[in-house]
Design a binder for this molecule. Structure first.
Ligand SMILES: O=C(O)CCC(=O)C(=O)O
Length: 293
């Protein structure tokens, strides 16, 4: 594998496309300017302090807390774009949309954002495939992981198993025994072994794009004092209806319509869009089998 082919320069080149097909991910360096990263970081503080509106699970904070105290409370918040135009702007960035329009479909919709801070001592997310949680009809689910600061092995960067997306199979879920993971379940990663597990360290402003069937995870943040802020967007082809109930948070549906377009046209525009997703704090223990009662 020539890892250089996995780095996008100005535009996607044929070597990038071949790398993505074979390995299931790409890195686009320095997509966001330092100024915009700074804005996103400040907005993260505002969201985590509850200043941008209701986030289920955020408790009212005492005034005058330091940034560190605010960010240390929770590892991540889902759907920040619902209360923050700047987060929505990040997830709709034209450079990202342009890449997705070539990798996924000319018509691309965004259905979820997640804002990670993952401070020192916080756990990572076990091996998983995003399509398990967010099923599309055409296997087009794609994750975009936007680094708001440098992420490396020490502070819990993303890890992938290159090529694991290719057979398009949802792997068996088994009990997790790794205490670096927040989850009760992980994946049976066989036939892959540790030598296939690859960290994807990135710099602030870099973006990782990955296939919804790619096996990926992150370990705990083992640093003493470094956060690992990242904005993540999930996208799919606008042609795919979206039978996604958000692990029981939403009613069963054939086509979840709380989406926004980032590229092209929406073939289902006649259905309109709905306001359904509600921002919430990611629990410290992740039990995805639990359904809404
Ligand atoms: O950044 C992380 O810790 C996990 C992110 C992830 O698994 C995802 O975006 O699907």
């Amino acid at each position: 594998m020539n890892t250089k082919d996995g780095i996008v320069k100005e535009n996607l080149c044929p070597a990038n496309l071949a790398f993505y097909k074979k390995n299931g991910y790409l890195i686009a360096p320095q997509l966001f300017s330092n100024d915009f990263i700074q804005e996103l970081k400040e907005e993260t503080n505002a969201i985590f302090s509850g200043k941008r509106g209701k986030v289920e699970g955020v408790i009212n904070l005492e005034p005058n807390l330091s940034e560190k105290e605010i960010l240390s409370r929770y590892a991540a918040i889902h759907f920040p774009h619902k209360i923050s135009p700047i987060m929505k702007q990040g997830a709709s960035d034209t450079k990202i949309a342009n890449l997705l329009s070539k990798l996924v479909s000319p018509n691309v919709k965004c259905l979820q954002t997640m804002l990670f801070v993952k401070g020192p001592g916080k756990k990572g997310q076990a091996w998983h495939q995003d399509e398990f949680f967010i099923p599309t009809r055409d296997r087009s689910l794609t994750g975009v992981w936007m680094a708001l600061e440098n992420a490396d092995i020490e502070n819990g960067c993303l890890w992938v198993i290159p090529g694991s997306h290719k057979d398009g199979i949802i792997k068996e879920r088994i009990a997790n025994t790794n205490d670096q993971f927040a989850d009760l379940e992980t994946l049976d990663t066989k036939p892959y072994t540790e030598k296939d597990f690859q960290p994807v360290p990135v710099k602030s402003g870099d973006v990782i794009i990955f296939d919804g069937y790619l096996l990926h995870m992150s370990l705990g943040n083992m640093s003493k004092d470094r956060f690992r802020r990242a904005l993540v967007g999930h996208y799919c082809s606008a042609e795919s209806m979206l039978p996604w109930d958000q692990d029981g948070r939403q009613s069963p549906t054939q086509d979840f319509r709380d989406i926004f377009m980032v590229s092209g046209v929406d073939p289902y525009a006649y259905k309109g869009v709905e306001d359904l997703s509600k921002p919430f704090v990611r629990p410290d223990v992740l039990d995805f089998k639990k359904k809404k009662s």
